[in-house]
Design a protein around this ligand. Structure first.
Ligand SMILES: NC(=O)C1=CN([C@@H]2O[C@H](COP(=O)(O)OP(=O)(O)OC[C@H]3O[C@@H](n4cnc5c(N)ncnc54)[C@H](O)[C@@H]3O)[C@@H](O)[C@H]2O)C=CC1
Ligand SMILES: CCCCC/C=C\C=C\C(=O)C/C=C\C/C=C\CCCC(=O)O
Length: 279
């Protein structure tokens, strides 16, 4: 009797020896992603505007993983020149960048121009720098760009309109590039991460400008937090599947990690968008 064997072989992106450029890696989610990638054998170049914390993180991680696999450069990614200089330094240090994580972000409703410059501007610039470097049709190796958005990219949030606008911009930009007809030639995948609230420097109520901290504390208490480790696993999920492009991955307490939308790359080109869920 013949057995019915349905074997599905999934080849995941191997992160070993891959060059990674990440923004906002000194603490919080960025640091969590750096640690995970180092544990999987990647080489990471991270930047942060917080010089002291960045240096301390570099020293700690070099002691644990080796001086030749993790590098920190101070940079304010709302400044185009600093951002480009840091990306160029990453390429010359690592040889090539195949994974770019645009993670740096701020919440400061009283400084909306800065919020847009960091949360949207640096994600757009970082993506374009990475695309230009990675694209196979111009001599690169292909790769993946992960843009860290938020649940606030998917819903209106009356408490932080500028932050919400900046995150909606990230989704619009990333998913539009994912539909680019040259995808097959350039070989660069585009993904967005949309986590719910997790404990980090951003959830320091002293840093939230003139927002009503009592109300916020009450809301956060009621909602609860996802773990950074869950969010980091979401990043890995986006990164690993080499056919995954145009994905929006939500990570929430209620639903765990689930795709809102993704576009699977067909070997002959870019397939139709697969709408997994709508809101
Ligand atoms: N904490 C949360 O609940 C959530 C955060 N996010 C997003 O996750 C990302 C990471 O945030 P967290 O880890 O929570 O915050 P965090 O404040 O702990 O870490 C952010 C890092 O980015 C750095 N940074 C800020 N502005 C920068 C600039 N101009 N140039 C370079 N580095 C800069 C900070 O110095 C900091 O080290 C952000 O994009 C944030 O919007 C998304 C959903 C939920
Ligand atoms: C001003 C609210 C502070 C919330 C905690 C700090 C950072 C959270 C960043 C996020 O990206 C979390 C995702 C979405 C929540 C945004 C605001 C929460 C407001 C409450 C709500 O309407 O859900």
């Amino acid at each position: 009797m013949l057995e019915d064997i349905n074997t599905v072989i999934v080849i995941v992106m191997d992160t070993r020896d891959k060059g990674v450029f990440l923004t906002g890696g000194a603490q919080g989610l960025g640091r969590g992603i750096v640690v995970k990638l180092l544990s999987l054998g990647a080489k990471v170049f991270f930047v942060d505007v917080d010089v002291e914390r960045g240096k301390a993180t570099q020293v700690e991680l070099q002691t644990q993983y080796g001086a030749d696999v993790v590098f920190f450069q101070p940079a304010d990614v709302s400044d185009g020149e600093q951002h480009k200089a840091a990306f160029d330094a990453a390429v010359s240090t690592l040889g090539a960048v195949e994974i770019c994580v645009n993670n740096a972000g701020i919440m400061a409703e009283d400084k909306w121009e800065k919020v847009l410059a960091v949360n949207a501007g640096s994600h757009i610039r970082g993506s374009l720098l990475a695309l230009e470097h990675m694209r196979r049709d111009r001599g690169g190796r292909g790769g993946v760009i992960i843009n860290v958005a938020s649940l606030a990219a998917l819903y209106p949030k009356s408490i932080c309109p500028s932050y919400t606008a900046s995150k909606h911009a990230v989704i619009g930009f990333t998913t539009s590039w994912a539909m680019n007809p040259d995808h097959k030639d350039h070989g660069v995948r585009w993904c967005c991460l949309c986590p719910a609230t997790f404990q980090s420097g951003m959830v320091d109520l002293k840093r939230l400008g003139d927002l009503d901290t009592d109300t916020i504390a009450e809301i956060l208490q009621k909602q609860g937090f996802v773990e950074i480790s869950q969010v980091v696993e979401g990043v890995m999920k986006l990164m690993r599947d080499p056919d995954n492009n145009g994905a929006i991955l939500e990570v929430s307490l209620e639903k765990g990690a689930r795709y809102r939308r993704r576009q699977v790359v067909d070997r002959d080109g870019v397939s139709d968008l697969v709408v997994v869920d709508t809101y």
